[in-house]
Write a protein that binds this ligand. Sequence first.
Ligand code: ZN
Ligand code: ZN
Ligand code: FE
Length: 759
Amino acid sequence: MRVKVRVTGIIQGVGFRPFIYRIALKNDLKGYVRNMGDAGVEILLEGEEDAINNFLRDLKNEKPPLAQIHEILTTTLEGEHEYTDFRIVRSSEETELSGSVIPPDVAICNECLKELRDERNPRYDYFFITCTDCGPRFTVIERLPYDRENTTMRDFPMCSFCQSEYADPSNRRFHAQTVACPKCGPRAYLTTNTGEELSCNDPIREAGRLISEGFIVAVKGYGGFHVAASTLKDEPLIRLRRAKHRWQKPFAIMARSLEAVKSFAEVTPKEAELLTSYTRPIVLLKKSAGYYLSELVAPGLHNVGVMLPYTGLHYMLFDSVSDPAFVMTSANPPNQPIVKDDDEALKTLGGIVDYFLFHNRRIAHRCDDSVMRVHDEKQVFIRRSRGYAPAPVMLREKASKCVLALGGELNNTACILNSNKAFISQHVGDVENVETREFLRNATEHLAHLTNSKVEVVACDLHPKFTTTKLAQELATKNGWQLIQVQHHFAHVAALMAEHGVDEIVGVCCDGYGYGINGEAWGGEIIFASRRSSEIKRVAHLEEQPMVGGDLATRYPLRMAAGILHKRLNVEDWLMQNKRFFPHGESEVCLILQQLGKERSIIKTTSCGRVLDAAAAVLGLCYERTYEGEPAMKLESAAISGKDVLQLKPITEGDVLETTDMLLEIFEKRDKCALADLAFSAHAYLAKGLAELAVEKALEKGVKTVGFSGGVACNELFTKLMRETVEAAGLRFLVHEAVPPGDGGLSFGQAVYAGFFHF
Ligand code: ZN
Ligand code: ZN
Ligand code: FE
């Protein structure tokens, strides 16, 4: 019998062909296996029918750990047997099927880590040791099929030792494309901040020592540069913060080991599992009571973002120092993507760092670290990037059209919906300028190419001025694609529905800002969506609040607070007492008071984020938002140790949850109650109030499911309080697990909205 088998999924770069080779031999089959240009694999089998059936069973049951099989298509062929053995043959450029993709980067495996430390091993101390089970993939692959000559490893021809392992079917590195050793592979070297190479025998450990001593070192990794510094010394962190004009934004850190993490943070079993998983994300962990790292790592927050080393190089950085962790923040100039090229690094980071630790392998595609949080044993993505992109989110149904979605503006990603798979790009960042726009465009083209997708529809936000909206319009015109614009919060809720495969939902969607159906500033919305009745609409929302000075009210939350409180009392004295927190002091306060007098001309917002910001300002937790979410994050951090002292009853008028009296209560009790308790009460009021309103709408419509989406859903306390209320009412409560609740998940929501939902 002769059979041709086509497999799709994540099957290139995961040791799949060696695996096929082994099970073919085991079942006494002849033929070949080869990689295809569409990221899939083709197998030709000749032999007994039983043997072929056994082979197909082994294929499903014994696949390599990193492989994901989406489809297996078998066709029986006519003709005589042609093969006398089974072999891995030259890859084909042919692209026939779509929907396969190459794997994300994978952290160094335990076998490789053992060899790295084994003096007798030829790859002892080799910082880029990898095998078929580990190493970079997404960040080194330039084109398909996944062969060494199509990756940035092509600059490093294998030596005879590596070649012999590569060609040996019994070896772990059989057909491992990133195989390398000290003799033939990339090398690491240390330079000054102007790029002059320093002669030293052990540049990586030397870099570790320099970081420990208080120098700032840019470290080139898999998907871009990190800026590394001590976590124990304030001086380099002050210097770094000054140079980056980044006074408050938390820095991610890399800890030497899980034990070291436990010395300064609380780690639950689920968090430990994520930290040590092969995706190695940054996990936000609660600082422990004895937290002893510099306060400048994550100022004003109860948690700190920690990851474990994921390359040999990272492990070696800690070898000759005793530091528990280093700051490892991704190196990106303001509003620019993470730096990936050496020249670019010298140019943009030279003024910030003292040294560079380079390696001489090019980075094909940049990829930031992923960031996660754990709420109640469940993972929540803050950012889904390295270790995850470009692996697809699998859906329960197939889209009839292939959709490209470009997302929103901040924390952006792109998404390609192809049949029942949603491929989400790596983190792109804030798409506001030429550089990020080009990054988005490249990331999108690469993703379409990798997945062999033929786009027919392009989806984007409703905001007419977003760069992504304009790009979508351009692409639609140029390629003759259908353009679908999706309202921001509808996209968030659609994402939740698709992720969980539900047809009807009342979704609470809370974030900072989204362009409403008629151009309003939305951000605290309750949305009813039903695929049965083909409708999606806003059914309730937070009270509209004035944004004194428009965008300035986002930057300076005291303005937001003043606008709200002004409805009930005279805020003049209070603002004057706090005038030092306004960049222009007294004259700015006077201007604000003047504007408050003409309230009707001020833009209004229903944003939940802005109300949380206002509460943070009233409580003195944050007067200037220097990074996205800062005031609200500090409010959550303050609330963690609090209780609901105020026990405020939600005030709703019709379909509107009021927020003015809540803020007024907090304002009036600010000197009488504990800060933590007031911060908690603000959360409780909003979370319970919105949940009750959502429950009411769900019961009215006969819907059994309430969901929570938008950036505020990254807030653990808010989510927990909402869950309690919804579940107490006997309804199902859904949150995101596969995509970020914030705008990193927006492109996914737009894609499924355009691909599945016909509202
Ligand atoms: Zn390995
Ligand atoms: Zn070698
Ligand atoms: Fe949003």
